[in-house]
Design a protein around this ligand. Structure first.
Ligand code: ZN
Length: 418
């Protein structure tokens, strides 16, 4: 039977019926509902000539053996945030399943095809995103995460043991990297860009680097009635100037974003000039040089505004990650697959991180394909994509997989970058 993208849509509907309630998807990693989703997925594999195992970090691997051990990996994640949508993650797993099914029906493929359902992409329960893929990539150490607990005080270690994962051994998931030659992931965009361009599909250039900082302005608390305007050292005034200045700093670059997401004032009462203002800044871009220059400009501006308001400012980094560009040769193949399927392609960076970024950090050639998200909504039960776009996405992803297999086969001509 040829590829049947409608079957992917009906699989997604089945999974929604099985794992969502009135508030949306509830497939939180390491929960009963997540295990139920995984068991349902397993049952679908039964009629295929594949092997299945869980690795040491709880990633679920389905392998269709080929003539060569060189492996093309397809995948995404079945886990969701609480009250999540019906497509985030599971679209990539179920589209990969449809592609795998078609390849299995064609007979033994020239290279091995592996489908991975990464464990705990979302980090919704323990605050550790990309859990399984980072164990695979070797970028995760359990030392940093051992102390994590969920809202009910249940330890990460104990929740994982319930799912037969021993935290001491998660590093063994790196063994799955053997023979990995390329990784492809289909995902909803989770943003408004493709819809704004009226395009169903896009090619992802990589994931943006992130600079996340706490910025505190120090001024002088003073009585709101007795302190003349001219002598105030108002920490909020300095912070407010910065909140406006980060917008032109980011707008100089087409894909850059900068967000001041939190502002706290102290003493925070109606009758006092703000003596201390704590803010946060999150900046992202795909280009490391652009990101570094945005950060430098924001730091310079904060010092200037602090001086103008008689304040001082201090910065401390909360978290950062470098931009992770995807493989140029796979980006080309993905572009071809999208154009052949939908007529027009568009290349865009991803603001959110994805498991694909961890796979790329492990040195494996990677590309992602996005399909349009209606109103750019995700992590929300309103998350949606037109059915015709979902079907195009499955077709284009199948094309991409087949093109990649040709380049990986001994007869293939193109070379993927290492
Ligand atoms: Zn996702």
């Amino acid at each position: 039977m040829p590829l049947d993208p409608r079957r992917t849509v009906s699989d997604l509907e089945q999974l929604r019926a099985l794992t969502a309630n009135d508030h949306g998807a509830q497939r939180i990693a390491w929960s009963e509902t997540w295990l139920k989703a995984r068991a349902w997925f397993q049952s679908k594999l039964a009629q295929l000539p594949v092997e299945h195992h869980l690795d040491a970090a709880g990633n679920s691997w389905t392998t269709l053996r080929g003539d060569s051990d060189r492996a093309l990996i397809l995948g995404s994640h079945l886990d969701s945030v609480p009250n999540g949508g019906w497509l985030d993650g599971c679209l990539g797993v179920l589209a990969s399943f449809e592609v795998l099914r078609g390849l299995a029906e064609d007979g033994k493929p020239p290279v091995t095809i592996r489908l991975v359902d990464w464990a705990d992409e979302e980090g919704a329960r323990f605050g550790r995103s990309l859990f399984g893929s980072s164990a695979f990539a070797g970028t995760q150490t359990i030392q940093a995460d051992r102390g994590r607990t969920d809202r009910d005080g249940i330890r990460l270690e104990d929740a994982l043991r319930q799912c037969h994962v021993d935290v001491e051994r998660i590093g063994d998931a790196a063994m799955e990297r053997a023979h990995a030659a390329a990784y492809l992931e289909l995902h909803i965009e989770q943003g408004p860009v493709l819809e704004g361009m009226k395009l169903p599909l896009g090619v992802v250039l990589g994931t943006k680097g992130v600079e996340r900082h706490a910025i505190t302005f120090h001024g002088q608390e003073a009585h709101s009635g007795s302190t003349p305007m001219a002598v105030r050292r108002d920490a909020l005034a300095a912070a407010a100037k910065l909140a406006l200045e980060i917008r032109p700093i980011a707008r100089k670059h087409p894909d850059a974003v900068a967000t001041m997401g939190s502002v706290k004032t102290f003493p925070g009462i109606v009758t006092a000039v703000v003596g201390r203002c704590e803010t946060t800044l999150d900046m992202r871009d795909l280009d490391a040089g652009v990101l570094a220059s945005m950060l430098a400009q924001a730091q310079e501006a904060s010092r200037r505004f602090a001086a103008e308001e008689g304040c001082t400012v201090e910065w401390s980094r909360i978290w950062s990650i470098e931009p992770i560009p995807f493989d140029p040769a796979l980006i080309e193949l993905c572009d071809q697959a999208v154009r052949e399927t939908a007529g027009t392609s568009h290349r865009l960076p991803s603001g959110p991180l994805h498991d694909a970024a961890e796979v790329a950090r492990a040195g494996i050639p990677v590309v992602m394909m996005f399909t349009q998200s209606l109103a750019g909504l995700s992590h929300n039960p309103a998350e949606n994509t037109k059915v015709e776009h979902l079907e195009l996405a499955v077709q284009a992803f199948d094309r991409l997989a087949r093109k990649t297999i040709s380049t990986l086969s001994p007869a293939g001509t193109a070379e993927l970058s290492p």
